[in-house]
Design a protein around this ligand. Structure first.
Ligand SMILES: Nc1ncnc2c1ncn2[C@@H]1O[C@H](COP(=O)(O)OS(=O)(=O)O)[C@@H](OP(=O)(O)O)[C@H]1O
Ligand SMILES: [Mg+2]
Ligand SMILES: [Mg+2]
Ligand SMILES: [Mg+2]
Length: 375
């Protein structure tokens, strides 16, 4: 076979592999994956529209968080309605609840939220969307239906059964700055993340080309790898973390020093011999970046002993990294335990890194913080 026809065959196989991922229904969680891509894509369109209508074109007073509040509630309502239609028996651990919206003072926000959620629900279906998910023309909901949908996120979590987590806008501060944020959804079965998906409307497809195309979805099903799908609709690619050496690492960390201690990261950097400046980015977009090979190391060290990490802030991202070949533990080397409830109760910090370097990083984290390795 000459090299030209070999390349042609490779190309056909490549196309088939990509297509077959989305159409093969025999894979475990195929329907849930298809649903989640659709729900997150729709929610990303909603949050982008909130940003363009309410943040970009309005002069916000410093500290005015109402646009992000509107986006949070509307996106959680949208995903929750879709879940209710599609997997009605599954409970939801969602970040938001509608308590404040039900009060009289919530009236103005409430009306904006209902309009936005309905706008997103009635948008035309695209390839892969199913009518029974409750989306498409004519699918508007009443105020009560949407408030009830938001409140379906009040499940306490736990060790057994199926449950979804929703973080409708993760990285709220990044959202307001027009920088990175993520729409995050995961499916847990018996406290194991089986499906993780995050939509990052502002994330460059390639971090080394920040002026290039932006907007992508990262999705992983346990045992089926991690894929990146451009929001523009182009075909998906499977991600795999490259091999890192300790000194070639770059930290991915929170923008907000209140969320992860920057000074602890500096000490860990000098122990490992990392010389590159950290990449600071809001939200679980960091996990997506890590999965596709950016940086090699995501660290989150508590700044406040009383703060408990929330499961919706880590469940999808954790699976993305594991499925791309990385390791995620807490600072004692324990796996993240998603079965304790709405928080990561017993875990302390998060260390996510390539498999060749995770042990070295963990050792440095323990030296820097005095945290003891698991017995
Ligand atoms: N004190 C403290 N410590 C640790 N984490 C906290 C803390 N306070 C809040 N949060 C959670 O941080 C979520 C945002 O994640 P990041 O820190 O990665 O992004 S950011 O740079 O802060 O935007 C953020 O998620 P969202 O509320 O969805 O934006 C919070 O759940
Ligand atoms: Mg969050
Ligand atoms: Mg949030
Ligand atoms: Mg929040």
């Amino acid at each position: 076979m000459n090299s030209r026809s070999y390349l042609q065959i490779r190309r056909i196989i490549g196309v088939f592999t990509t297509r077959s991922f989305t159409t093969m229904s025999t894979r475990p969680f195929a329907l849930e994956r298809q649903f989640a891509v659709s729900a997150v894509r729709r929610a990303c369109a909603l949050t982008s529209s909130v940003f363009n209508k309410l943040v970009k074109n309005e002069t916000l007073t410093k500290g005015d968080k109402s646009p992000v509040t509107v986006g949070d509630y509307a996106a959680q309502g949208l995903i929750s309605i879709m879940l209710k239609n599609s997997f009605p028996a599954d409970p939801i651990v969602g970040e938001e609840d509608a308590g404040e919206l039900r009060a009289d003072e919530g009236k103005v926000l409430r009306e904006r939220i209902i309009d936005l959620a309905n706008e997103a629900l009635v948008a035309p279906r695209v390839e892969g969307d199913k009518a029974e998910w409750g989306i498409g023309p004519g699918q508007t909901k009443t105020t009560d239906e949407l408030l009830d949908a938001i409140d379906r996120g009040n499940y306490d979590g736990g060790r057994t059964g199926r449950m979804w987590t929703i973080d409708p806008i993760d990285g709220t501060k990044g959202f307001l700055r027009g920088e990175q944020y993520a729409v995050c959804l995961s499916l847990l079965v018996d406290a194991q993340v089986q499906l993780g998906i995050i939509g990052c409307p502002n994330l460059p497809l390639d971090l080394s080309n920040p002026d290039g195309e932006r907007g992508c979805i990262f999705v992983a099903v346990r045992g089926q790898g991690c894929q990146q799908i451009p929001l523009s609709g182009a075909s998906e690619t499977t991600l795999s973390m490259p091999t890192f050496t300790p000194s070639s690492l770059t930290f991915l960390e929170s923008v907000e020093a209140m969320h992860s201690s920057h000074s602890t990261s500096d000490i860990i950097s000098s122990i490992i011999g990392i010389t590159r400046p950290p990449i600071r980015m809001d939200s679980q977009a960091k996990y997506g970046c890590l999965a596709r090979g950016d940086g090699g190391l995501y660290l989150r060290m508590p700044t406040n002993a009383g703060y408990r990490e929330k499961i919706w802030d880590h469940a999808p991202g954790c699976l993305l990294v594991e499925e791309a070949g990385g390791i995620v533990t807490d600072s004692r080397g324990l796996p993240l335990d998603f079965g304790v409830g709405r928080t990561l109760g017993e875990n302390y910090g998060v260390v996510a890194a390539g498999k060749e370097v995770h042990a070295v990083v963990l050792d440095a984290v323990q030296q820097a913080t005095g945290v003891k390795a698991k017995a």
